[in-house]
Write a protein that binds this ligand. Structure first.
Ligand SMILES: NC(=O)c1ccc[n+]([C@@H]2O[C@H](COP(=O)([O-])OP(=O)(O)OC[C@H]3O[C@@H](n4cnc5c(N)ncnc54)[C@H](O)[C@@H]3O)[C@@H](O)[C@H]2O)c1
Length: 295
């Protein structure tokens, strides 16, 4: 396996493209517009610059990595001749089903079709293609070049040989793959999202402020960052989408998203990617906590 395509150049897509390109793969990075692709490539270049500055890689490694990535705005053009597609587009079920219908038309029948979805059913996605045994979840963690875990999700129809290929491939990237079954939220988000939602609920109920909640969890539970800051890094829209999938999938109100989370997403406060969430990430503020409504 040498050629792969990544669909979506956002937070996760550019990290996945970076990781494969740095391991010598040719990566076709696909997004809807040149603007999104330019933003994704600028993020990759910035992250590689930081690695060069730390002495983790050489300037030559950086140039090689960037040279291994080719950008496309059309899925049909981007997936020609690839062995593996990793879909990392927006967390929306209809959008993903539509992409997989296009992949079904455009890819050869032995191409492995993976999705980086955080919560959407792999089995449901597999049901829209003619070879569902070749569909699998490949759930990377953010930031992809740094985080070791890849949660590998087997859909109801995913074949053993496809699972083995993807587990081996993840190891070749220097990651640690863990195989899980296909139920809403899989393992990572089934456990993480209720904690994030509960921390937002704690803020919403006025029990404590942003700084206090995050500090309790950082210093008291030895978490490297607090749950509210982690939500900002993940993207509040992504958190909301995952909670909605779990809430619908389990028909259990314990997964219902906190109204404050819903409001912040409606207001466009999505976290780091929009410059403000529970913290303010604008250049002048540098991750100061936001205390407009809740101190
Ligand atoms: N953010 C996280 O921490 C995280 C972690 C693990 C998994 N995920 C999952 O990864 C996926 C991507 O999340 P993200 O945080 O990178 O989102 P994002 O909003 O940062 O990026 C999504 C990108 O997909 C592009 N896109 C939308 N529709 C498209 C289409 N039809 N064709 C091509 N590109 C399209 C958008 O233009 C955007 O650039 C989601 O399924 C999410 O659940 C996110």
């Amino acid at each position: 396996m040498k050629n792969i395509a990544v669909i979506g150049a956002g937070t996760m897509g550019n990290g996945i493209a970076h990781t494969f390109a740095q391991s010598g793969f040719t990566v076709k990075l696909i997004d809807l517009s040149e603007k999104s692709l330019d933003k994704g490539m600028a993020t990759i270049a910035g992250n590689l610059d930081r690695m060069v500055a730390k002495g983790a890689i050489s300037e030559e490694d950086k140039l090689k990595t960037i040279g291994n990535i080719i950008t496309y705005t059309d899925i049909k053009d981007g997936v020609v001749g690839v062995d593996l597609v990793i879909e990392a587009a927006t967390e929306n079920v209809d959008l993903k089903l539509n992409i997989f219908r296009q992949l079904n038309e455009a890819c050869s029948h032995d191409t492995i079709l993976a999705t980086n979805t955080s919560s959407i059913s792999i089995t449901q996605i597999g049901a829209v293609v003619s070879h569902p045994e070749r569909v699998i979840g490949m759930h990377f963690m953010n930031p992809v070049p740094i985080m070791k875990l890849v949660e590998i999700i087997r859909g109801y129809n995913t074949a053993d040989d496809v699972t083995k290929t993807i587990m081996d491939l993840s190891e070749k990237l220097g990651k640690v793959p863990v195989e899980v079954n296909d139920y809403p939220g899989f393992v990572a988000n089934r456990i993480l999202m209720p904690m994030i939602n509960e921390s937002i609920e704690t803020l919403y109920n006025g029990v404590a402020g942003v700084y206090e909640i995050d500090t309790v969890m950082k210093l008291g539970m030895a978490h490297p960052m607090g749950p509210l800051q982690l939500a900002d890094f993940i993207g509040l829209d992504v958190c909301l989408a995952i909670l909605n999938v779990m809430s619908d999938g389990f028909k259990n109100p314990k997964y219902a998203p906190c109204p404050l989370l819903v409001n912040m997403v409606r207001a466009g406060k999505l976290g780091v990617k929009t410059g403000e969430g529970f913290y303010d990430y604008s250049e002048s503020k540098k991750a100061e906590k936001v205390s407009k409504q809740f101190k």
